[in-house]
Design a protein around this ligand. Structure first.
Ligand SMILES: Cc1cc2nc3c(=O)[nH]c(=O)nc-3n(C[C@H](O)[C@H](O)[C@H](O)COP(=O)(O)OP(=O)(O)OC[C@H]3O[C@@H](n4cnc5c(N)ncnc54)[C@H](O)[C@@H]3O)c2cc1C
Length: 404
């Protein structure tokens, strides 16, 4: 498929993965020239098209991690990754789908049976889209610093505080909000672990007492980020996911999948830049007969990026496969963190080299490159910055002491 180096021949692929990859490729190929107009809608109008969101549901991507008994296909994380990678290779990666899959997983792992029956089929069918809110103005990398409070009052909780940088709230039906049900002072006074005291709440986006202010961010084109303000927003107890105070354990279950899906988006985005750079380098002549692609100064950086892409892809597939076969979380975590690191650094490098290959045209909006620099760059910072990824590898894989 032009624009994508994604392969159907990974040793991890079963018929399920090949079918997902082929169905996704067929859908994207059939879009033909409309792929570019959809991308322009994302970049110029800053609106991710509904038809792509719907396609991801009907292709079975958002329902792939949901078991059949709850209306999904149970195809697993590797199936999600191979599909997401393909959308991203055309610049059509969907951050809200990633968040919805991640939140669905939290419901599956931590939710009650009533919540699973009520919510998971709706997610799989694309009727329920979910944002995720953990970051606060003073709690990003250090999530344990969050201070948004949830206070129980009979059979409801009242949420008060702030969240920031929350993606896609205007397009989502609910936000999975991480709130504090026990204060940090009480936790340290009682000698409880710092993972204690966090709870997860599904908050409908039209909840009275929750308002939003759009942030002037770039990085996820097509979806905006919001400050969320909670002023005694009432959430029924039936929307508490998992036990009160024990939300961190449920959350941790969803973090590796988020990194793996994020990595699949970066691997796909690398294709986006490489294919454009190669096409231009083959047709642009600057000195005489030979196209600029014959100059090793142009070709070698692209070849290096291609090699690193395949290494990142292999790690990303390994992480997804390990997750799907329920390998120990230390194994999944090691692969997932390494994949996230390599793929995001490489996608940014690919963006830079594609722009360099295009000379001045790299800065002309019609080439659709300069607008994609920020999305490529974002993956080094969010959902978790690469310093924390290296901290994880240093501590958990190499056995070095923690510095923070
Ligand atoms: C476009 C966009 C979309 C986002 N969407 C969401 C969303 O949907 N939901 C959500 O909850 N959040 C979201 N975020 C927030 C994102 O997850 C945080 O911005 C990110 O985790 C970093 O937190 P921070 O901004 O507070 O940086 P800080 O915590 O202030 O860190 C600043 C920098 O310090 C360095 N640093 C910090 N700690 C360490 C350490 N221990 N070792 C080494 N270096 C360190 C890192 O370089 C880091 O980038 C989004 C952010 C962006 C930009």
């Amino acid at each position: 498929m032009p624009g994508s180096s994604a392969t159907l021949s990974s040793p991890f692929f079963t018929d399920v993965h090949r079918a997902m990859a082929e169905a996704t490729d067929t859908y994207l190929e059939r879009l033909g020239g409309r792929r570019t107009s959809l991308l322009r809608t994302i970049l110029d109008e800053r609106h991710y098209p509904d038809e792509l969101i719907e396609a991801m549901a009907s292709l079975g991507i958002v329902g792939a991690m949901i078991p059949e008994e709850y209306g999904g296909s149970g195809a697993g994380l590797l199936a999600v990754a191979v599909a997401m990678e393909r959308f991203s290779a055309w610049g059509l990666g969907n951050a809200l789908a990633m968040l919805t899959v991640m939140d669905g997983l939290a419901i599956l792992r931590g939710g009650s049976d009533e919540q699973r029956q009520r919510l998971l089929p709706a997610i799989a069918e694309g009727r329920l889209k979910l944002a995720f809110a953990i970051t606060e103005p003073d709690a990003g990398t250090n999530s344990f610093n969050i201070s948004l409070r949830a206070r129980r009052e009979g059979d409801v909780f009242r949420l008060s505080g702030e969240k920031a940088w929350i993606t896609g709230v205007d397009r989502a039906d609910m936000v999975l909000v991480v709130a504090r049900t026990t204060g940090r002072e009480e936790i340290s006074r009682s000698g409880l672990p710092k993972t204690y005291g966090l709870s997860l709440f599904l908050v409908p986006t039209d909840t009275p007492g929750m308002s939003r202010t759009e942030m002037a961010t770039v990085g996820i084109e097509g979806f905006s980020q919001f400050h969320l303000h909670f002023d005694d927003a009432e959430v029924p107890e039936s929307n508490l996911v998992g036990e009160a105070d024990q939300g961190a354990a449920v959350l941790f279950e969803a973090l590796n999948p988020e990194r793996i899906i994020g990595s699949s988006l970066s691997v796909g985005l690398t294709d986006y830049f490489l294919s454009r750079a190669v096409e231009y380098a083959n047709q642009r002549h600057v000195f005489g007969e030979r196209p600029i692609g014959s100059y090793q100064g142009v070709a070698h950086p692209l070849a290096r990026i291609r090699a690193n892409q395949e290494a990142a892809r292999a790690l990303m597939y390994s992480a997804a496969e390990a997750y799907d076969r329920h390998a120990p979380s230390s194994v999944v975590g090691t692969y997932a963190n390494m994949a996230k690191y390599l793929s995001s650094e490489n996608a940014f490098e690919a963006a830079d080299r594609a722009i360099q290959t295009h000379g001045g045209n790299g800065f002309v909006a019609d080439y659709l490159l300069i607008q994609m620099l920020a999305p490529a760059r974002l993956a080094k910072t969010a959902p978790i910055n690469n310093e924390m990824i290296l901290n994880y590898i240093a501590e958990h894989d190499l056995g070095l002491p923690r510095s923070y």
